[in-house]
Every structure is written in C-alpha cells, then in structure tokens.
Design a protein around this ligand. Structure first.
Ligand SMILES: C[C@H](O)CC(=O)SCCNC(=O)CCNC(=O)[C@H](O)C(C)(C)COP(=O)(O)OP(=O)(O)OC[C@H]1O[C@@H](n2cnc3c(N)ncnc32)[C@H](O)[C@@H]1OP(=O)(O)O
Length: 701
C-alpha cells in the first residue's frame, strides 16, 4: 500500500502472531523488491498485522531430522533475503514495532534502517531457548547495535525486553504511542530519504563494538560462565563462537558461520526436546470440557492463608511478592507473630541471594496482614489452607462456609491428601481444590491445580488465570492427590536409598546436577526444608506403602537441629550469601542411621555417576508411568511439563519424553534387575511393563 507521501507500507500478515515461514519470507522479499523498483515509492515501512510485528519463525520447522538439501537454501533467508534484500534495499526501510517481535521477527527489524516501537512491544532473540541460535543475522547485528556484552547476555539468556528497555539499550530509535506508530515511522523513513536522519546499516556498524582484544576477553568470560552453569548445552558455546567469528573476521563470515550452526543445531536432540516442551506448555492449558466453555476468568486479588507455619508463610511470601493482598490467619497472636517473622525471614533470605531486590522486599511486606479470626474473610477471593491434619482440614473448610462469600475458592495446599475428603462436611465441594505450590520460592515454575468430578469449571479457569498472574504454568489434573510431589518423593527416596548403600551424599547430588537436574535431591530437600520434605515423604509412605523406601536419615537430622536452607543447616551448611558447602556432620548422622538399622549396615556399593543418576531417576520414571496408568493426566506431555516442577531439565524434554528416547525396555530391565538385587522399591509398574510388551509386539510385526 503506497500513501500520498510516497511511503509504502508492507505488512507481515500471518495471523494470529504473524509467524514467519518460507512462504511468508518469499512474499516479504517480493513485496520489498516491488516497492523498491516502483518510481512512486520513496521509502518503505515494515509492520505486522493487528498490532503484532512478528513472533518469529514457525518452530515446527526445527527439531526434525530433515536436512535442508541444497546449499543455496542454507543461509538463503538470512543472506539473500534479510541481508541482500531488506538491509541492502535501495530505499529507506523502517520497522514499526508493536506487540511481539521475537527471533526471526526481531532479526528482520534489526536489518531495517531504523526501528520505531511502542513502549509495550516485546522484543528478544529467544532462539537459544529452543536449542538453536538466531538464524537471520541476529548474532551479527545485535552486538553491533547494543554492544557485545549486552548482546551476549540477551542472546544467551533468551531475554525479552519491552520497548522502553529496548530504547535504552539502543535496539530501537524512538518510542511512540501506538496511535502514532505508523505516522512516525513514515516520517522517519522520509527523513532518511531526505538525509535528515542517518541511513543506518546495522551489519556494518562498529561504533558499539569493543576493541578486538577486549571482545575476545568478553567472549572467553561468557564461555567460562556457560561451561560452569550449563555444561550440557553446547548450542550456547556454538553461539558464542559464531558471534566471535563475526567480530574477528567480519560480519559476512559471521553470517555464514551462523547459517552452518543453525543447520547443525536444528537437528539436535536438545532442539527437539526444547521444542517439544514449548508446545507441551501450550497444550497443558487446554482442558477439554473446561477451557473450551468460553468462561471468563474472575480476578483473584485478596487471598487468605490459614496457618502461618513453614508452608503457609512460604506461600504468603511468594504471593505478596506478586502484589496479591494476603491475610495470614493464625489461632493466636503469638503464632501469628511467629508466622509474620517467617515471611520476613523468607523475603530477607531471597533478597540476600539476589532473587529479589530490596525495593521489592520493602514493597511486598505492605501487602501482608495478620488476623486471628475469620472476621476479615468476607471479601476474600481465595483461601489456601495449609494445616497438616485431615480432620482439622475438614473442620476448617466447614467453618469457612460460614465466613466466606459463595464465590470464594477454597484450596488445600497439601499434596498427598485426597481432595474428595476435604469437602465432606460442607456443601461446597464444587469450589474445593488442591493447590500445590511445589517450592513457592521464586524460581520453580509450576502451580498444580487438582480438581475432582464435583469442581466447577469456573473455579478451574479462575485458578489458571491466578497461576498466570503468579508467573507459573498451571498443571491441572482431575485426581485425588498431586503428582509432582509423587515424582519428587521418589526422587528423594531413591537418593536416600543410595545413601544407605554407602554412596556419598555429595556424589549423588553431583551426579544428578551433571545429568542436568536443577538441584540434586539433597540440595532440593534443603531448599524445601527438611520439615516439609519429611512430611511429604511420610504422607507418600502412608498413601503408597508397597512402593516406598523409608529412611530415617531426615528425622535424625531434624533431631539434631537441621531444618535446611532456612536455618542454614541441612545436608549442606550455608554462609551469609546462602552459598552451600558440605555439612561435615553428615557422616555422623549417617552412622547413627546405621546404628539404629541393622539392615543398612553392611551395604556398601560403588556406582558410577551415570548409574547413580539412573538409580535415582528411573524410580521417578516408574512413578510417572503409574500416574499415566491411573489416567489422571490428560496428555503424557502434561507430565513432561509437570516434571519441570521438580527441576527436570527442559532440554531433555521432560520425564516421559526422556524415557521414550532411552527406551522402555532399557528402563524396565534396569528396574527389574535392581528390584531383584536390592529392593522391590524398584519394581517396574504394570503400565511400564505394558509399554515394553507393546514395543516388543510392534517390532515383531
Ligand atoms: C530463524 C529464527 O532465528 C528462528 C526463530 O524465529 S525461533 C522463534 C522465536 N519466537 C519466539 O520465541 C516466540 C514464541 N512464542 C511466544 O513466546 C508466545 O507464543 C507469545 C509471547 C508470542 C504469545 O503468547 P500467547 O499470547 O500466550 O500465545 P501462545 O498460546 O503462546 O501462542 C498462540 C499459538 O501460537 C503458537 N505459537 C507461538 N509461537 C510460535 C512459534 N514461533 N512457532 C509455532 N507456533 C507458535 C502456539 O503454539 C499457540 O498455538 P495453539 O493456539 O495451537 O496452542
């Protein structure tokens, strides 16, 4: 579309997110070629339809095994279209950015001669999140626009920034309100045409690049950090190589190296797994019969938490950080003051280790109130009950009916408890759910919502909205108990089993973090707190006695004053910055376990790191197959997302995906062998055994 001012508007049009594909790129190329050849066009503005610039390239294109066959296609889009047609266009080309501008979408904008954006636009080179790297020249242009250090940080962490932040970085030229976006972009393009503004070609800018030796040092430090923090992710290292190549040998070499690297990475297991997780995280939000009913989410703003113990205060801390108004309810003033102190301690601890700023700490505490009666519950939207006794819970839910409005959602935070039992003394089963925060500390990304046949769909939709507001992915299940804690309990129990077999605590944690778990099992127990972890294991043993391993190590440690990270004494000891070091007393506690249990005395075995990680994780896989067998999850991929809640690495695709890659037969044969040698704790569940038979009969056919 060409206006009277001689500016052609080209719109990326592939709703709803204006994703890019080969066809979209070819059409974009043709439109730009046509505009640049027309005499009536002086300049061009590139934008996206319906206020969305472009959310990047279709991710379904990556992660499959097909190679791009002809070498012409390799780098075709990046070198011929983005560089040869867009950046080298004979007429000024200005990007008008609104809404999402990610991956290839942002890379197209970077190749334009100027960028005008709204303040709420979202921009980022997010490709590393999917095991690939920016493939339309982003590795070369971003460092030239924002400087090498900032570009490395943004690319390596797949960081997303808004328009204002992007302007401060030098990524966009000016911020305007949405209604002025196109008019400003048109003027800007004409100004470039009339030499009133610079015709900037990002690929050949050098003013923001550091001198060569400094650039090499920055790249070296980035490599060291990646090797330390994410040793299993080679695509991060390859991306640094590509960026450095462009700085050392020039951006055109850099573009070729980028194209070759993209070709290699797009077929990797890491890429396949991460893309599987991306789509699984979107699927999990679709619950047949609930999210397809067209219900509108009701806002949850005011939340009451019953009981201000470790769990209640932890949840309260997480909620006030997200600016929810929280009422903490206790039986008496003394317990209430203790609870409020626990909340303050949590916030101070998170501030000490840099998870929250001191500003957030100060602001968030103003969102907390304490009460000792139900009088303030009239306008509460959600009550989260955190006591530990089933009968007491039933009484509390019955009491709540009298004090809360009919719309108020009533939730129980205990994972291994039958949600059906909770409403037995009430007429409110339609609004009673399980709501499990895993560790509510900032960082773990899930909120588990357990509902029953009686739960109203509106309640589930409201809680899903609440979960998004909290920044957590909702895992929604029709079940009796939660599932992430079922997985987590097996993780803990298998690790405790290995200690009884003489394996060193820190060797076990090391093996699991080398595998890629966010935390080794013992570090995780410290993080959750020994009290919470012990309670979870006890509830699990009560619910599933036939398949539990009951160690007395945690109770012995509790007897000796170990609470975990919260009092800086657990499997590790912690300094002021909460840096963990081995607890020298561990061997004493373990020998006390041996003294009390004859059974474990003589078991001293040696296992490799790989065997340790398999012995700890295969019971988790086994439990996951039990959950599938129970029929409580809608899709297997939901359990992959759920496993991220216990710190399973996304780049292995989640527990079920990983087990498919390894093969059911392999896992089952190992579990069987261990169950014969050591304990029936390892016995494969019937559903897993069935999968092996299915695979065997398929291969016979
Ligand atoms: C060559 C290049 O360098 C390579 C690349 O460009 S890699 C791609 C980079 N792009 C991205 O990282 C953006 C990924 N997308 C997002 O982060 C989010 O979708 C968003 C913030 C843009 C929008 O979020 P939201 O409004 O919640 O919508 P969301 O549910 O996520 O997505 C809507 C639909 O689009 C799909 N979708 C989103 N981005 C997609 C992508 N890049 N490829 C394929 N499908 C995509 C989702 O799967 C979903 O499909 P569904 O309706 O069938 O479930």
């Amino acid at each position: 579309m060409v206006g009277e001012d001689g500016v052609a508007i080209i719109t990326i049009n592939n709703p709803p997110l204006n994703l890019l594909s080969m066809d979209v790129m070819i059409s974009l190329k043709e439109s730009i070629e046509e505009a640049s050849s027309r005499d009536d066009v002086k300049a061009i503005v590139l934008t996206g339809r319906n206020g969305k610039f472009s959310a990047g390239f279709q991710l379904t294109t990556f992660g499959n095994k097909e190679r791009i066959k002809s070498s012409r296609e390799l780098g075709y889009m990046s070198i011929e279209v983005v560089t040869g047609i867009i950046e080298a266009c004979r007429k000024p080309l200005v990007a008008a950015i609104e809404g999402p501008s990610f991956g290839g979408g942002l890379e197209i904008a970077l190749a334009c001669h100027a960028r005008i954006s709204t303040s709420t636009a979202q921009l980022g080179l997010t490709e590393l999140q999917y095991g690939i790297l920016p493939g339309f020249g982003g590795t070369q242009r971003l460092p030239r626009l924002v400087g090498l250090s900032k570009a490395l940080e943004m690319i390596l962490t797949s960081k997303r920034v808004n328009g204002n932040e992007a302007q401060l970085l030098g990524l966009v030229d000016v911020i305007v309100p949405s209604y002025e976006l196109l008019s400003t972009a048109r003027e800007w393009a004409l100004d470039i045409q009339n030499c009133r503004r610079p015709w900037a070609v990002s690929l050949f800018r050098t003013d923001r690049l550091s001198p060569l030796s400094e650039a090499r040092t920055i790249c070296r430090s980035a490599r060291d950090l990646v090797q330390k923090q994410s040793p299993n992710l080679i695509h991060l290292l390859l991306c640094i190589d590509v960026i450095e190549e462009g700085i050392v040998n020039g951006p055109l070499w850099g573009l070729w190296k980028e194209a070759e690297a993209l070709q290699e990475l797009r077929q990797s297991n890491t890429c396949r797994s991460l893309i599987h997780i991306f789509f699984a995280q979107r699927q999990i939000r679709k619950i047949p019969g609930i999210t397809d009913k067209g219900l509108r989410t009701r806002e949850i703003n005011k939340i009451a938490i019953i009981s201000a113990g470790v769990v209640g205060s932890m949840i309260a801390s997480a909620l006030i950080l997200r600016k929810f108004h929280v009422i903490l309810k206790e039986e008496d003033e003394v317990s209430l003051l203790n609870g409020i102190k626990l909340v303050e301690d949590n916030l101070h601890r998170w501030a000490t280790i840099g998870k929250i700023s001191s500003q957030m700490l100060e602001n968030s505490i103003t969102f907390l109130d304490g009460v000792v009666s139900y009088d303030h519950f009239k306008d509460v939207d959600l009550v989260i009950e955190t006591t530990s006794d089933t009968l007491l819970k039933q009484q509390i839910f019955a009491d709540l009916e009298a004090y809360c409005s009919q719309q108020c959602i009533l939730a129980c935070s205990t994972s291994n408890i039958n949600v059906n039992l909770l409403g037995e003394k009430t007429k409110s089963s339609n609004r009673i759910v399980g709501l499990h925060f895993m560790s509510p500390a900032p960082g773990l990304p899930l909120l588990e919502i357990v509902y029953t046949e009686k739960t109203s769909p509106q309640v589930i939709v409201d809680l899903m909205g609440f979960s998004s507001k909290l920044g957590k992915t909702p895992v929604v299940l029709q079940s009796f108990t939660g599932i992430v804690n079922r997985m987590l309990c097996l993780y803990f129990q298998a690790a405790l089993f290995l200690i009884d077999y003489g394996i060193d605590v820190y060797q076990i944690d090391q093996a699991l973090t080398t595998f890629g778990m966010q935390f080794g099992p013992f570090r995780m127990i410290d993080l959750l707190g020994l009290g919470i972890s012990a309670a979870q294991i006890t509830q699990f043993v009560e619910c599933f006695p036939g398949r539990s391993y009951n160690s007395i190590l945690i109770p012995i440690m509790q007897e000796n004053g170990c609470e975990g990270e919260s009092n800086r004494k657990g499997f590790y000891v912690y300094d002021d910055q909460l840096q963990a070091a081995a607890n020298k007393m561990i061997s004493v506690y373990i020998s006390r376990v041996r003294n009390r249990c004859d059974e474990v005395e003589s078991r001293i075995m040696k296992f490799s790191a790989e065997e340790i990680s398999e012995m700890v994780l295969f019971p988790v896989v086994n439990e996951t197959y039990r959950i599938i067998g129970d029929g409580v999850s809608i899709r297997d991929s939901d359990l992959d997302v759920a496993s991220l809640g216990m710190g399973f690495p996304a780049y292995r695709g989640g527990v079920v995906y990983w087990s498919n890659v390894l093969g059911h037969e392999y896992i089952c044969s190992k579990l069987l062998a261990w169950s014969k040698m050591h304990s029936n704790f390892f016995e494969p569940c019937p559903y897993l055994a069935k999968q092996v038979n299915k695979t065997a009969s398929k291969s016979q056919l």
